[in-house]
Each structure stands twice: as structure tokens, then as C-alpha cells.
Design a protein around this ligand. Sequence first.
Ligand code: GTP
Ligand code: SPV
Ligand code: MN
Length: 591
Amino acid sequence: MTNKTLGQCNTSNRAVLNWVDQWTKVFQPEKVYWCDGSAAEKEALTAEAVAREILVELNQQKLPGCYYHRSHPSDVARIEDRTFICTEAQEDAGPTNNWRLPREMRRTLIGLCQGAMAGRTLYVVPYLMGPPGSALAKVGIELTDSIYVVLSMRVMTRMGQIAYEQLGNDDDFNRGMHTMLDLNPEHRYIAHFPQRNEIISTSSNYGGNVLLGKKCFALRIGSWLARQEGWLAEHMLILGVESPQGEKTYVAAAFPSACGKTNFAMMVPPARFRGWKVWTVGDDIAWMKPGPDGQLYAINPEAGYFGVVPGTNSKSNPNALATIQRDTLYTNVALTPDLDVWWEGKDGDPPKECFDWLGRKWTPESKEKAAHPNSRFAAPMVNNPVLAPEANDPQGVPISAIIFGGRRSDTMPLVFQAFNWINGIYIGATMGSETTAAAAGAVGQIRRDPMAMLPFCGYNMGDYFRHWISIRKAMKHPPRIFHVNWFRKDVDGKFLWPGFGENMRVLQWILDRCRGRANGNETPLGWVPDNTQMDLEGLDGYTPERLAKVQAIKHDEWVRELHLQDELFMKLHGTLPKELIFERELLASRF
Ligand code: GTP
Ligand code: SPV
Ligand code: MN
């Protein structure tokens, strides 16, 4: 090999060196660049990305440190039907994952990767998932030919030398291989090899397909490792609520993609809740493990937010808006002539004229959206005005409540509490939600998305439920489990609940339930608040009747829901824990 090495090769770890060497022979790049995560490196790579027109420098007066990127029009979301779990036995991947035999998939992919980086630079991107020194933190290294991936990984993870420091001479790190190849969708594979702690991603340059620390490592491979090592890797936000008395309570919540995690994690409580404060620990992923005191502890493995842009404004999510004013990478939003960004649902009037996410001229008269519905920001978490200091705590935070929630225009009440741990797992396991633009395919179709992990569980979903059941034994103080639905609609198609900051009202009832301070009424689904138990003061027009509407449990809707739940259970019949079948019987009999 006659590859030129740029940057300092800054590790002497033999396993790393050998592996990079081996893949350099496959990819055959013109150069190899070892990233160190420094500020100087960021500056140099950004300048190069601008010169190569991969990034557009935005108006630096308005948006200091911000850059703009457009991805290929066929490459704007996660692609579930090209995502694979490659295990020796198909049973280990289970019926909800696409499966391939590892050696066959490797043969295909090594074929595609052969010489794929000719004339390009291979970047070696070491990164740490989780606070340095945390027993839960893990190291990954991503090889990529995308400068956009390098710069995004620098925002989303603790990237650079810090990862080699945590790794030492160990060979226990996630090996990620990514090449943009030709961006041809037919060459696109997001392949996971959990038994080798390896990921190969080809022919994409978009978010969850290529920022391998995120969904690929932290969730798909992570969930596999978590089951072996006795912890949980979940598609959950983590937030802390501080009461006016200074009491802090931590909550984790699993909502499917584009169903409100970032918004909930950064929520600003309404005026009625003076003195209350919500702090963000994480907005997308939680790694959780029972601690020696019998509580469940959670860390956020990430260091940035890759959030949905459309709909972000000073009313819906002022903290996100503040977060993305600097040092942010914007992807697939609209670009204004003065190099500002715009999106549907931004404050103020739309620009008279701009360029849409495809680079076409756009005016307010245009029929199509200016920003892609799955346009995203990548912003460092340190920008968040309500970042919890605990986001850097190696111990993590003790979780008092776990909340599951889907996007449902009917059937599901605003909030209810599970009767107990197993009943809560049943509620999470049978969760349904309407599909969103976060994944390629039809939007608005209801599907089962167990614990918001359908696209992210790296092993058999039945075994995953069993793992959740068994981890209960390690906890003296398990979190209480709840279900919420911010998206129920009335007959005119309007949301029945104002959502966003007003979700604090639901959160307060949840906290009070955890601390044994609030009552609830028993229903076939679980415990629910009425208007005397949930604080509705200051919420315009929110009469007890209106609350009853958003909380209604309708018999005909639940007959249908039970059938829909059955479809998933039938698919999983081979490995479904009997406890969940029993829970189903109990629920049916309560109706
Ligand atoms: P991923 O990053 O894809 O995992 O998504 P997420 O769960 O973090 O979703 P996010 O918070 O970005 O919300 C996505 C969409 O849901 C946006 O269009 C929001 O405007 C909308 N949304 C969030 N919270 C609420 C709410 O309380 N009520 C209503 N009606 N919409 C909401
Ligand atoms: C999701 O789809 O759940 C996301 C965005 O958080 S991505 O990183 O693209 O998966
Ligand atoms: Mn997500």
C-alpha cells in the first residue's frame, strides 16, 4: 500500500492499527487521516468541506459556526428495508429484523467496498459513547470517506483522542465501516454483525444510516451487548424535573422516531408551574443499568442532538431554537438568499423567496414543502440552555418513571399508569404508532413499534421482552411505568391536547404518582387522573369534559386495538414470554 497518512496516527493499540490496515487494503483510499477531535482539525475539515461544496457556510453574523448540507434526494431518512441484523442463526435476529447470514453479507459488502475509496480520504474517527470514565461508556471507531460524517460525529459523540484514552490497549471497541460509495440506493446496506461488534454501512450519507455511533452502535449492537451484560439500551430521552423546593426527579421516555422525544426533553413548563424546571440529560438514547442501591441508572451515550427541524419555534421548543443558533449542522432545510435557514413552522413569515431542500427556487406559493419533513439539525448538547450537568456524570441518573408513548389519533388516552412492571412491559411491547418521515416509506400508517425499538432492536424481540422482564430482579426500586399520547385528535382532526410545554401537567401527575402523592382512578388500562388529580389551571378552555374526551377509553376502539396487538404477538409467537400472553388475557377480560 502506498497510502499517504495525514494527521498524527495517535494510538499504539495493535488491534486498532491492524484493523485499520486491513480495511485500508479493502477500501484503497488515496489517503488515510487519523482524527484527533481537536478544534484545529474541525476548522481545517470544515474549510475543506466548504471548498468542496459539501457544506455551505451560513450567515456567520446570524448563525456563528453553522453550516448547511443537502443530502442526495434518495437519501433523506433511515432505510429500514435495507437494514440487516447478521447473526449465525436467523432465530437470534428474530421475525422483526431483516436477517442475512454473516459470511454471505460480508462477501457482498466486501465486494462493494473493494476500492470504494479510490481517490478519496479514509477518515479514522475514534469516539466515546457516554461520559468519560463511566462504567457504562463504550468506545467505537468509524472508518468513513465522508467529511460530513466526520464533522457530524464530532458534534454527536465525544470524538477524538479521548476515545483512545478510554480504550487503552483493549481490543473491545465497535468497528464501523462506512463508505458513501455511489449513493445508489441499490448499493445501500446498513448491516450489523453483533457477534463481532461490527457495522458496515454503504451507499448512504444520511443521519441514522451513517453516524454509526447512534442507532447502529448505541441501539442495535448496544441492545445485543446490553442483554449479555445485564443492562438496557433504549430509544429514550432522559430528563430531570426540579421542583420549586429543589427536589430532582429523573424520567426516561420512549417515543418512536419523530414523536416528541427532543421536544419533551427540552420542555419549558408553562406559567402555572413557576419555579419548576426541566433539565435535559438526553434526547434520543438511554443506556440504563441497575445500580447497587437497587435503582435503575441511566446515561446519555451521546454528546449532541440530531433533531427534527420542522415545527421548531420559540413557542414549541425555545430551548432547541437557542441550541441551534451556533455550531450547528443543518441538513435538508431551506436556504434563504442571505444564507439563513428556513423551515415550515419557524417563527415569523416565510421568506418571499428561498431555495428548497432540493436547491430549487421556492416561494410561499409553492405547493411543496421548502424543508424536507425529516430535515435535521446536529447541535452540540453544550449549547442547550437547560442541559443537565448530570449529562456528564459517569454514574448516570436514577430513573423514577419510564414513559412509553406513541403517535395515535385515536384509542390511546393522554396518560395512564401501568398496574405493575410486567403490565408496563406489556404496554410498551404492544405500543402502536403512526409512521413518520424519519424512515423511508409511507407516513401516517399505524404499526406496532414495541418500546419505540422496532427499527433498533438488534436481536429477537421476544428475547428482548424477556430481558426486560428479567432485569426486574436486579432492582429493589424499579421505575413506575406510564403510557402517554400527545397526538389524540377530535372528529375535526384537531389535536385534543395542546402538548409541548403543557405536557408538564401530565409529567407532574407522573412524578406525584412516583412519590405516592397523587391519586388516580382505576380503569381496564391502568390508573388515570381526573381533573381533580391533574393540574389544569391556566389551561384555556380545558374543562373536565374536554379532559374526559382526551382520556376516553372507548370499547369499540379497544376491541380493534386488541386485534392489532395480536398481530405482533402472532409474529413473535415462537419467543414471546408467557407472562405477556397472560397480561393480554387479563386486559381482554377487563374489557
Ligand atoms: P427522533 O429524533 O426521530 O427520534 O424524534 P423525536 O422523538 O425526538 O421527535 P421530536 O421531539 O423531534 O418531535 C417530532 C415532531 O413531533 C415534531 O414535528 C414536533 O412538532 C411534534 N411534537 C413534539 N411534541 C409534541 C406535542 O406535545 N404535541 C404535538 N401535537 N406535537 C408534538
Ligand atoms: C430517528 O429516526 O429515530 C432519529 C434520527 O433519531 S436518525 O439518527 O436518522 O435515526
Ligand atoms: Mn431517534
